[in-house]
Design a protein around this ligand. Structure first.
Ligand code: PGA
Length: 243
């Protein structure tokens, strides 16, 4: 895997109240404490309301904190939004940007994703930038065109060595339908050819579970996973981390 330290990130989406979130990381940190940061980076991305208390719970552990979104402006009249500086100060190391749910449900464009990446980098946060095709795009054989457009526009002028990418086929998210390791590898290799970087990590996301993680991680260009549903349970997420 060309010196790329695997990264396993849990995207909790709009799940877990603050107290539930703290409970979950309390269990998780015990289950994964034997994992060395050099062997696998572990990240959890709770909702905004739980970031502060989860950050306290994670102090001195091998689990990093990430947020699920941010606004690209530093501050100002943007009701309901959260800035990179706010996330940084609270203890976030990572931030997910351009998740397909943000793109599809909240109209996030490649241009907005691009601005968010710069906002995150300016504060020293590591963006986890998501791309992926819909089922109909895959069926019409448009996967590579879609990915190429997302990568080119979202990453315009971005130093790809400073970010993490996540390939998440939309048809595999929350559906129980995982891309086969070969299907995923094909797109990961394509993304790597576009970004021309051997050091950038490319995660796979979409129905990752304890029973499919091993095969996915055997692929040459899969450097970790972004896990939704299976990250909401400490035992199942720990199993994925310990693949
Ligand atoms: P899933 O979600 O693991 O529940 O399919 C993945 C994601 O959306 O990041």
């Amino acid at each position: 895997m060309a010196n790329r330290i695997p990264l396993i990130a849990g995207n909790w989406k709009m799940n877990k109240t603050n107290s539930e979130a703290v409970e979950l990381v309390k269990r998780l940190k015990v289950l994964v404490k034997s994992i060395k940061a050099n062997d696998c980076e572990i990240v959890v991305c709770p909702p905004f309301t739980a970031l502060s208390d989860v950050a306290k719970e994670l102090k001195g552990t091998n689990i990093y904190l990430g947020a699920q979104n941010l606004h690209f402006e530093d501050s100002g009249a943007f009701t309901g939004e959260v800035s990179a500086q706010m996330l940084k100060e609270i203890g976030c190391k990572y931030v997910i940007i351009g998740h397909s749910e943000r793109r599809q449900l909240f109209g996030e464009t490649n241009a907005a994703v691009n601005k968010k990446i710069f906002a995150a980098l300016k504060q020293g946060l590591k963006p986890i930038v998501c791309v992926g095709e819909t089922l109909s795009e895959r069926e019409r054989d448009k996967t590579k065109d879609v990915i190429k457009k997302q990568i080119t526009e979202s990453l315009a002028n971005v130093d790809v060595n400073k970010i993490v990418l996540a390939y998440e086929p939309i048809w595999a998210i929350g559906t129980g339908k995982t891309a086969t390791p070969e299907q995923a590898q094909e797109v990961h290799a394509f993304i790597r050819s576009l970004i021309k970087s051997e050091s950038t990590r490319i995660l796979y996301g979409g129905s990752v579970k304890p029973d499919n993680i091993k095969e996915l991680m055997k692929q040459k260009d899969i450097d970790g996973t972004l896990v939704g549903g299976a990250s909401l349970d400490a035992e199942s997420f720990a199993k994925i981390v310990k693949y």
